[in-house]
Design a protein. Structure first.
Length: 76
C-alpha cells in the first residue's frame, strides 16, 4: 500500500489532525478526523455497518482531495 499525504488541517492547534491521504493502490482516500460521538448527530446518518466508522473533518480540508488538485492542473 502506498499512502500519500495530501494535507493536514492548516488550522490544527496540535498540528496532527485531521489529515487526508491518497491510497494510490486502492484508488481511495484515507481520512483521519475527529470521532463523532454525539448521539443526535449519529442518528441522522444512515445505518453504519459494524466494520465502518464515521469521522469529521472541517470543510476547509476539501482543498486536499485529488479531484480538486486535478481541476487546478496540479499533479501529485
Amino acid at each position: 500500500m502506498a499512502l500519500h499525504k495530501l494535507g493536514k488541517d492548516p488550522e490544527s492547534k496540535s498540528g496532527g489532525s485531521p489529515t487526508i491521504y491518497l491510497d494510490d493502490e486502492k484508488d481511495s482516500y484515507v481520512v483521519q478526523g475527529w470521532r463523532i460521538e454525539d448521539e443526535d448527530r449519529l442518528k441522522q446518518l444512515d445505518d453504519i455497518p459494524g466494520h465502518e466508522t464515521v469521522v469529521e473533518i472541517p470543510r476547509r480540508m476539501v482543498q486536499f482531495f485529488l479531484e480538486m488538485r486535478r481541476d487546478e492542473g496540479t499533479d501529485l
